[in-house]
Ligand binder design. Structure first.
Ligand code: KIV
Length: 253
């Protein structure tokens, strides 16, 4: 059996220049399948609000929903490092961040992730001081989609955006993040952050030069066929296979 993946394993992969594959898992079978495929980093992302629960965005996801899905994924007892998102408004203060991070850990998360940089510095420091491994999330922040006028915009294009990303990344590194998701960051800026900071960068729509890549698994396998982000090349069309299988079964009754 392979050794259990820890934050130290992820950091060692960065140092060796070994690409870190990361995917979302929201339940027992997907966590088990991805683990069997050797994916080292799993995330119970709050994207589950959109691709599992049918919400229009991630801002409606509750702590109770995150705990429920984290418990389900954790029952797979993956060798992979399994983390969970702190949902919107679950980390408005350092005390809330720590108590909600502890709830996710009690549900089976081995790290927690939250969106933002300098503005959540006290929360990240409090989570790290509580001994809970932390992954940050910079660039396009889905929990702030309403402030962005409903648009998923690329970050780091102008000087101000570039400077903000560098500052936020420095804050997260100092506060103790072992990884940072870079979502829709321009590829040159994502490469600069990857080279400049000790944490592992996990890109999504941010070019090839991050330490690792993460995707929302339903986008990759086609189980949410009604919307696929432009940067994803689906590897199969599971929705079509499901439709074909169900119709074949129904017609054979
Ligand atoms: O919620 C999520 O699934 C995420 C990943 C896309 C990084 O934050």
């Amino acid at each position: 059996m392979n050794p259990k993946i820890t934050p130290a394993t992820i950091l060692a992969m960065k140092r060796r220049g070994e690409k870190i594959a990361a995917l979302t898992a929201y339940d027992y079978p997907m966590a088990k399948l991805l683990d069997e495929c050797g994916v080292p980093l799993l995330l119970v992302g709050d994207s589950l609000g959109m691709v599992v629960l049918g919400y229009p965005n991630t801002t409606l996801v509750s702590m109770a929903e995150m705990e429920h899905h984290t418990r389900a994924a954790a029952r797979a007892k993956p060798n992979a490092l399994l983390g969970a998102d702190l949902p919107f408004h679950a980390y408005d203060t350092p005390d809330a961040a720590v108590s909600n991070a502890r709830r996710l850990v009690a549900a089976g998360a081995e790290y927690v992730k939250a969106e933002g940089g300098r503005e959540i510095r006290p929360q990240v420091r409090a989570i790290a001081a509580a001994g809970i491994p932390f992954i940050g999330h910079l660039g396009m922040l889905p929990q702030h989609i309403l402030e962005e006028g409903g648009k998923y915009r690329i970050k780091g294009r102008d000087d101000a955006g570039h400077a903000k990303l560098l500052d936020d990344a420095a804050v997260l590194a100092e506060a103790g993040a072992f990884g940072v998701v870079l979502e829709l960051v321009t590829p040159p800026v994502a490469q600069e952050l990857t080279r400049s900071f000790p944490f592992a960068t996990i890109g999504i729509g941010s070019g090839p030069d991050c330490d690792g890549q993460i995707l929302v698994t339903p986008d990759l396998i086609g189980t949410f066929p009604w919307f696929t982000p432009k940067f994803v090349k689906p590897q199969c069309n599971a929705a079509e296979q499901i439709r074909t299988a169900i119709q074949a079964w129904r017609l054979a009754l």
